[in-house]
Design a protein. Structure first.
Length: 115
């Protein structure tokens, strides 16, 4: 239910930014740019500058570990050798576990600001 709510908030904000009257191009504004239609005049852009931020940071990490036993277990070593990320692109994550009866929950929030 939370994901649906966040989606609806994001879609509403996006539609307000895309379809707001101040952001529409006039027919007299100028020639079409690429496939985007006429450019918006500077005076209309000036009214919409300043930026707007909608941040929805939510990690639903709520695992439970109960009534477990680890008896006479042998655990190993965790090693990341040189070159482990050779040729890797993007944002890489390493999760390691050398124990027993462990819950590993991982989440990443990436805030991206375009200017």
């Amino acid at each position: 239910m939370k994901k649906l709510t966040y989606f609806l908030i994001g879609a509403t904000v996006l539609s307000l930014n895309v379809f707001s009257p101040g952001a529409q191009a006039d027919e007299e504004a100028g020639p079409a740019v690429g496939g985007f239609g006429a450019a918006i005049p500077d005076d209309q852009l000036a009214a919409n500058r300043g930026g707007h931020t909608v941040e929805i940071n939510s990690n639903n990490l709520d695992a439970t570990l109960t009534d477990n036993q680890a008896i006479s277990n042998i655990t190993g070593s965790n090693l990341i050798t040189s070159g482990a990320f050779a040729g890797a692109n993007g944002m890489n994550t390493v999760i390691q576990n050398s124990g027993n009866n462990v819950i590993i929950q991982n989440a990443t929030i990436l805030n991206l600001k375009l200017q």
